[in-house]
Ligand binder design. Structure first.
Ligand SMILES: C[C@](O)(C(=O)O)[C@H](CC(=O)O)C(=O)O
Ligand SMILES: [Mg+2]
Length: 309
C-alpha cells in the first residue's frame, strides 16, 4: 500500500551490489509510477527513468527542454512506487558544474539511486540521432567531478555518459571513459556503440560497471542480455520500450473506436479491471479502511457534561 518501504539508502546499497561486470542487469524504462510497479512485479533488477520519455510524455521532443524541477519531481514519483533502485537520465546535468552539483542533491532528495550525466552540448539530441555535439573533455571532467563531490550518500551512483563515439570514434570514446572514471564516475554509459565488440572493448578498458542502451530504432542492434553479459556489460536499459508499446496500443484502440464505433474488439488485449486493481494494491486499502473504521462507537454520556455541545 502507498509507497515503497525500502529507503533510498537501501536501494542505493542494493544497486552497488547488483552492478557487477558481466551480469547485464536489466532496467526497463518506466513511463509512469504504475509501470515501475509492473517492472518490479515481473522480477527485473531496477527501473530506468528516461529523459526522452519524460519529455515525450509532456508532448515535447527530447532536446533539453525539461527542467531539473520537472525531472526530479517525476523521477521521484516513479522511484517511490517501487522497491527497486531507480536510475534517472539527468541529461547534461542542467547547466554548469555548480548546477550539476545541485542536480545531484535534488535527485538524492527525490529518492533516486543514481543518474547519468552526458557530455553533449545544449540543446542536446537523442544519442542515436546524427548531428550531436559534445563538449571538450575538460568541460565534461568538471561536470563529473562536481557531481561526485556534491553527493551526500556515497552509494548514489554517478554514471558518466559519453556520446563521443558517434562523433570521434571508439578510441576517443574509450580514452574519455577512462578520464571520466578518474574524475569520479562510478559507471560508464557509452552511447550509440556499433556492435558487441565495441561494448567488449569499453568493458575491458574500464574497471567500473558499463551500461548498454538497447533503445529501438537507434544505431545499436538490439543485442540479447546473454550477448551483452558475455561482452562484460553490467547493466542494460530499455529506455523508451514501454512508452512505445503503450502508445502503440493506444493508437490501435483509438483506430478501432473510430472505425468500428466501439472498442469491443480490443478489450481482450487490455489490462482487466481486476489486474489494474491488483497493481494498485486496492485490496490493501480496503483492509486498512476496515481496520480503522469498523469500530464500535462507545456510548457517550453527552447529556450530563456536554450540554452545550
Ligand atoms: C537513453 C536516452 O537518453 C533516453 O532519454 O532515454 C535516449 C533514448 C532514445 O532516444 O531512444 C538516447 O539518447 O539514447
Ligand atoms: Mg536521454
Amino acid at each position: 500500500m502507498l509507497y515503497s518501504k525500502v529507503t533510498p539508502e537501501q536501494k542505493r546499497a542494493t544497486l552497488r551490489e547488483l552492478l557487477m561486470p558481466g551480469t547485464a542487469r536489466q532496467f526497463p524504462g518506466a513511463f509512469n509510477p504504475l509501470s515501475a510497479r509492473l517492472i518490479g512485479e515481473k522480477g527485473f533488477d531496477g527501473v530506468y527513468i528516461s529523459g526522452a520519455v519524460l519529455a515525450n510524455d509532456l508532448g515535447l521532443p527530447d532536446i533539453g527542454l525539461t527542467t531539473l524541477t520537472e525531472v526530479a519531481l517525476r523521477a521521484g514519483q516513479i522511484a517511490r512506487m517501487t522497491d527497486l533502485p531507480s536510475i534517472v537520465d539527468a541529461d547534461t546535468g542542467f547547466g554548469e558544474p555548480m548546477n550539476v552539483a545541485r542536480t545531484i542533491q535534488e535527485l538524492e532528495n527525490a529518492g533516486l539511486a543514481g543518474c547519468h550525466i552526458e557530455d553533449q552540448f545544449n540543446p542536446k539530441r537523442c544519442g542515436h540521432l546524427d548531428g550531436k555535439n559534445v563538449v571538450d573533455l575538460d568541460t565534461m571532467v568538471k561536470r563529473i567531478a562536481a557531481a561526485a563531490d556534491a553527493r551526500r550518500d556515497p552509494n548514489f551512483l554517478i554514471m558518466a555518459r559519453t556520446d563521443v563515439r558517434a562523433v570521434d570514434g571508439l578510441d576517443v570514446a574509450i580514452n574519455r571513459a577512462k578520464a571520466l572514471v578518474d574524475a569520479g564516475a562510478d559507471s560508464i554509459f557509452p552511447e550509440a556503440l556499433k556492435d558487441v565488440a565495441e561494448f567488449e572493448a569499453v568493458c575491458n578498458a574500464v574497471d567500473v560497471p558499463v551500461l548498454a542502451n538497447m533503445t529501438e530504432f537507434g544505431k545499436s542492434e538490439l543485442f540479447t542480455r546473454r550477448q551483452l553479459a558475455e561482452a562484460g556489460v553490467a547493466m542494460v536499459i530499455y529506455p523508451v520500450t514501454l512508452l512505445r508499446s503503450a502508445m502503440g496500443a493506444a493508437e490501435r484502440v483509438l483506430d478501432a473506436i473510430a472505425e468500428d464505433g466501439t472498442q469491443e474488439t480490443q478489450v481482450n488485449r487490455m489490462l482487466t479491471r481486476a489486474r489494474l486493481y491488483e497493481l494498485v494494491d486496492y485490496e490493501a486499502y480496503n483492509r486498512f479502511d476496515t481496520g480503522i473504521f469498523n469500530f464500535q462507537v462507545p456510548d457517550l454520556d453527552i447529556d450530563s457534561n456536554n450540554s452545550n455541545l
